[in-house]
Design a protein. Structure first.
Length: 293
């Protein structure tokens, strides 16, 4: 009963399942890694728990209003209990990693969570100090933040696999593709506005991929930077910002980058012997092409 109370903010967002991309990726990598079913399910549970715990904190750090179309957990359970539930989730996940009973498990967990927090910390630093990163610095941050859990999943699975193939570069590419796609969809796809709020990244003041392109290619135009500083919730201002990003060619640039990355990832999958499940995940992720607002 006590556990149930402590985890309420976590179970609250789990009532609405997300895109399940991480679960599908774990399934897809198991096509190659072929680990025992009990380990496979345990790793899936660990990653879901960590992902959900990180969402609770993300929503507080970003001042979000909606998550998966419902109010964010801290607006229901309060900031204090939500932070506690998130931290508690990290330690339950660590307990589950230890229960996998592999001498390297804890080290993998620790390394990837440190990377995740380093990436997240830099993103928050840029945002709160109004510093636009270079595209290279941004990509490096993404590989640490979004790639953190992707990498943890594959590395934990590999501890129980006969396959010693190096999947690090593929997993990093997937993390990067996933986040740049998310950045694009946040500003361009109607469905995102329904599940979160219209162009939420602009209200958050986030230096996302299209924004970085616009600021780096048009340093003389201060309008976008000024809009980001406002942390605006005004949809008219956000619509105007979207029109600037369109005018500066930032969406076109992001689409080209996404298409190139999709091709690169597919090529890498072929080099590693092919994987129909992973290709299916990529096909699903290509939905951004058909849902422009």
């Amino acid at each position: 009963m006590e556990n149930k109370i402590l985890l309420l903010p976590l179970t609250y967002i789990l009532q609405i399942p997300g895109k399940q991309i991480r679960a599908k990726l774990i399934q897809a990598f198991n096509y190659w890694l072929k680990i025992p079913q009990d380990k496979f399910h345990a790793v899936g549970d660990i990653i879901q728990l960590l992902h959900t715990s990180s969402l609770l904190i993300d929503d507080i750090q970003d001042n979000s209003v909606l998550r998966r179309g419902i109010p964010v957990a801290h607006n229901i359970y309060g900031v204090a209990s939500t932070i506690n539930a998130s931290n508690y989730g990290l330690f339950i996940a660590l307990e589950k990693v230890m229960a996998l009973n592999h001498p390297e498990g804890t080290q993998v967990y620790l390394q990837q969570l440190l990377e995740l927090h380093r990436g997240q910390g830099m993103e928050l630093y840029w945002r709160d100090n109004y510093m636009c990163p270079s595209e290279t610095a941004y990509k490096q941050m993404i590989m640490r933040k979004t790639g953190g859990l992707f990498n943890m999943a594959v590395r934990l699975m590999q501890l129980f696999s006969d396959s010693k193939e190096d999947y690090v570069s593929l997993v990093s590419m997937l993390g990067l593709y996933f986040q740049i796609r998310d950045d694009y969809c946040n500003l361009c796809v109607k469905e995102y506005a329904l599940n979160k709020s219209y162009c939420e990244d602009l209200s958050e003041g986030k230096f996302s991929f299209p924004i970085i392109h616009a600021l780096r290619t048009h340093p003389e135009d201060r309008q976008i930077l000024n809009i980001l500083r406002q942390r605006t919730k005004d949809n008219e201002v956000k619509r105007y910002c979207v029109s600037l990003l369109e005018k500066f060619g930032s969406f076109a640039y992001t689409r080209t980058v996404l298409e190139d990355m999709d091709k690169e990832v597919r090529k890498k999958i072929q080099c590693l012997g092919g994987n129909p499940l992973l290709v299916r995940v990529l096909d699903e992720l290509m939905s951004w092409k058909h849902h422009d607002s």
